[in-house]
Design a binder for this molecule. Structure first.
Ligand code: ATP
Ligand code: MG
Length: 137
């Protein structure tokens, strides 16, 4: 069954949105197979966002994602990667449709509350980056 890596970003944790975000994916029918609250180190942040290295917003992105704890999760289900991306809404919350997580809870590009892998290949890479196999059920 397909799996994806999802995290509630530091702004989402600070604003007490973790429960709401988890609840949406539970109600949709996806299965939670891994979950932990953690502080991302700059080294791990660099690996996670390696594709963005050199872009103008990279420094801010790393500072933001390491600024406080995140809720790291693995979710499982049919087409879970693309369905969760749709439920998150567009990267820029100003353009994200109402009813999506970013559309409902975020305003700024830098503080967009939630991350979800953008492809099954990214999901595989990110799950291995954040979780060891014994941490997943
Ligand atoms: P994420 O990977 O964080 O889930 P995403 O896949 O929707 O978001 P990416 O293109 O991977 O979007 O960008 C990663 C993050 O970098 C975005 O969530 C956003 O906070 C920031 N970002 C992306 N593009 C820009 C930009 N043009 N200006 C400022 N910040 C940006
Ligand atoms: Mg991305």
């Amino acid at each position: 069954m397909e799996r994806t890596y999802v995290m509630v970003k530091p702004d989402g944790v600070q604003r007490n949105l973790a429960g709401e975000i988890i609840s949406r994916f539970e109600k949709k029918g996806f299965q939670l197979v891994g979950l932990k609250l953690m502080q991302i180190t700059p080294e791990l942040a660099g690996k996670h966002y390696g594709e963005h290295e050199g872009k103008p917003f990279y420094g801010e992105l790393i500072d933001f994602i390491t600024s406080g704890p995140v809720v790291a999760m693995v979710w499982q289900g049919q087409n879970v990667v693309s369905v969760i991306r749709n439920m998150m809404g567009k990267t820029n919350p100003a353009e994200a449709a109402p009813g999506t997580i970013r559309g409902d809870y975020a305003v700024f590009m830098g503080n967009n509350v939630v991350h979800g892998s953008d492809s099954p290949e990214s999901a595989e890479r990110e799950i291995n980056l954040f979780f060891s196999p014994e941490e997943l059920v």
